[in-house]
Design a protein around this ligand. Structure first.
Ligand SMILES: [Zn+2]
Length: 240
């Protein structure tokens, strides 16, 4: 069983992109007790690893520094942060964001640097978080290059992985991402299997892992994943 889990914000607000800190801590503990290692994407995708989970945080919300970093340090696990570089130090109201989207404060560069120094791998999520389906090949390349260059300039490491903003993908965006990155993650809800293309990696959204019951029963939940995660997760969530 291999899977990439998506988080956005770790905070106590009950919002669609928020994951409670207490559950985050509980989830890391549950992964330890059911002996499912938390790995980097490099390890998870090396072709030899059969069991593991990678943690990914999209956008770069300030709460990742405040709430996720202490738990990640305590559990000594790797994680990846897909950073929207143009939003650093501001909020998540980038140009394509729907006006009614909840407002989140984003990391500043000091906090991004602290995450990097703690071993969190800072990856690419474009500069302005556009809908890539609307962009030409040159524009997609410019979005990626600007983000990668800014990250490299601040941290001395060029991103190896990419997350498609909103999970919106075009053939052009996919082809650019395959050229530039070791792998690109989507919002397709699935665990990993051997047929996945590295340019279109599925993930499990933590939105479906918000139930304490589910985390406490992670062992049996993981077994159920093979039977069809989407229906199972939705049915569990609906029954809570
Ligand atoms: Zn995003």
């Amino acid at each position: 069983m291999r899977a990439i889990i998506t988080f956005h914000s770790i905070d106590t607000e009950d919002r669609v992109l928020s994951y409670p800190p207490v559950l985050f801590e509980m989830l890391l503990g549950a992964l330890e007790s059911c002996k499912l290692p938390v790995c980097s994407l490099d390890t998870l995708l090396d072709g030899k690893t059969e069991h593991g989970v990678a943690l990914t945080f999209d956008d770069g919300m300030q709460s990742v520094f405040r709430y996720a970093l202490p738990a990640i340090r305590d559990h000594k696990v790797p994680a990846h942060l897909f950073l929207t570089t143009g939003a650093v130090g501001g909020d998540n109201h980038w140009p394509t964001q729907p006006g009614d989207a909840p407002c989140y404060r984003m990391l500043n560069w000091d906090e991004v640097e602290a995450l990097h120094e703690a071993g969190i791998l800072v990856e690419s999520h474009t500069h302005t978080h556009p809908d890539l389906r609307q962009l030409s090949r040159t524009q997609v390349q410019e979005e990626c290059e600007m983000a990668d260059a800014i990250i490299e300039q601040h941290l001395g490491r060029r991103p190896r992985y990419f997350a498609y903003p909103y999970g919106y993908i075009s053939e052009t965006a996919k082809s650019v991402s395959i050229q530039r990155y070791a792998g690109s993650v989507t919002t397709k809800l699935h665990y990993l299997d051997n047929n996945d293309e590295n340019g279109l990696l599925p993930r499990l959204d933590s939105y479906y892992l918000k139930s304490p019951w589910l985390i406490q029963n992670l062992d049996s939940v993981l077994a159920q994943l093979y039977l069809g995660i989407r229906g199972f997760m939705r049915s569990v969530r609906g029954s809570q």
